[in-house]
Design a protein. Structure first.
Length: 424
């Protein structure tokens, strides 16, 4: 690369990733094949439209590529239809809203401080300005049980057009059958935002919402799925003729969603990213991906146990997925989630602060710390290594005011991390 400034930054980031341990649950490492596809000549091609219905010439390879990505995605998740063009998870969610809703319509989603995502109706987002969001949440913070009776009561009263199952900060499992029962009773479309756990669904270690009658599933393609940064919408039902006018019926959802992604919300797809998505879908279809997904859960369970032994207070007292939420003030009275994130950064343990249920602190310096095991599992860490990770986290927090001890700990973690090379 001739651009020395950018080359040096790439080298510095590679070094940072190799010498530390990535504990942020929404991050992962892609394979060399995914990186190669991302950097391919497909980035040169503009491909507005869909396979067989493009607005530019020269599409003989892009059409095959996108169809391949679609077929692999459908096989991976058991869906009738897949749209692989969304640039990320947020555009995927917004496209679904726009496909099914009119301004002012109601969506039911998880409370944001209980684990919901910004695109599930945070007041600062464009979605919240267009649509009316009502909430469900955790009944018992010690177990993480969702208050399904409250959900049913609110749904019957508010009559949401969409009930959304999904989260970005919830360490337990959702009861998809209860979502289905409530949606059927109030006449709502069922949408699952599985951005965080798509890889665990693909790896067959967590249940698939589509198997419970959900109409739509959105996801990112990175995180546990271990592909490029991008998004996708999966749905049940066949695509109709996209050129004729369609009513907003459940049967027409796949076509309505396609229309909202293009031309409704996005322009041309990023074909180099779709190439990388196709590669990652093929990787996720291999038997070894199931082993990887199981190891994510085993590592998370063990790490949660070890953290509790070290005196950390966990939200819901454990995890059913890849994610662990820590109540920092309840663990160390004078440390909030933001401070814990900054302390761990100094020693090469990357985590991220996050709100917890009924958080009394503001979003930028919340009480919670969110960690997870997808990336360290990709690196090859196993359950026995979780003992060290938990011990190092406790040590960093305890020695936070001692620069010499933090430097020594950082050197120890670096030496350990270098034993587990990046996959790419």
């Amino acid at each position: 690369m001739q651009d020395k400034q950018i080359r040096d930054l790439i080298d510095a980031e590679k070094k940072r990733q190799a010498e530390g341990l990535e504990l942020i649950p929404s991050e992962n490492y892609v394979s060399g094949d995914v990186l190669t596809a991302m950097g391919s000549v497909f980035t040169n091609k503009y491909s507005e439209g869909y396979p067989g219905k493009r607005y530019y010439g020269g599409q003989e390879n892009t059409d095959i590529l996108e169809n391949l990505a679609i077929e692999r995605a459908k096989e991976l998740f058991g869906a009738d239809h897949a749209n692989v063009q969304p640039h990320s998870g947020a555009p995927a969610n917004i496209a679904v809203y726009q496909a099914w809703l009119e301004p002012g319509d109601t969506v039911m989603a998880m409370k944001l401080d209980h684990g919901g995502h910004l695109t599930h109706g945070h007041p600062i987002t464009s979605s919240a300005k267009l649509y009316n969001f009502v909430r469900y949440g955790i009944k018992d913070v010690e177990t993480g049980e969702i208050d399904y009776e409250q959900m049913r009561s609110v749904a019957l009263k508010e009559k949401p057009k969409i009930i959304l199952a999904g989260f970005s900060g919830y360490p337990r499992s959702l009861d998809y059958q209860k979502f289905k029962d409530i949606a059927d009773e109030c006449g709502a479309v069922l949408m699952a935002d599985m951005a965080h756990i798509a890889g665990l669904i693909a790896g067959k270690v967590l249940p698939n919402p589509l198997d419970f009658g959900f109409h739509i599933m959105t996801t990112t393609t990175h995180k546990t799925l271990r592909g490029p940064r991008g998004g996708m919408v999966l749905s049940q039902g066949k695509v109709s003729n996209p050129l004729r006018s369609l009513e907003k019926t459940v049967e027409n959802l796949p076509t309505l969603i396609d229309r909202e992604i293009f031309p409704g919300f996005q322009g041309g797809p990023h074909m180099h990213t779709i190439a990388a998505k196709a590669v990652s879908f093929r990787e996720a279809l291999q038997p070894e991906f199931k082993t990887y997904a199981r190891q994510i859960l085993d590592n998370a369970s063990r790490l949660a146990d070890e953290l509790q032994k070290q005196g950390f207070k966990l939200v819901t007292n454990g995890t059913d997925n890849h994610m662990i939420m820590i109540d920092m003030p309840a663990s160390f009275k004078d440390v909030n989630g933001r401070q814990a994130q900054d302390i761990l950064d100094k020693v090469g343990l990357n985590a991220n602060c996050n709100a917890i249920p009924e958080d009394k602190l503001p979003p930028y310096r919340p009480s919670g710390l969110r960690i997870g095991t997808p990336a360290i599992t990709t690196r090859g860490l196993k359950e026995k290594d979780m003992v060290l990770v938990a011990k190092w986290m406790k040590q960093a927090i305890q020695d936070r005011k001692d620069d010499a001890k933090l430097a020594s700990l950082a050197a120890e973690i670096k030496q350990f991390a270098l034993k587990f090379p990046l996959p790419s």
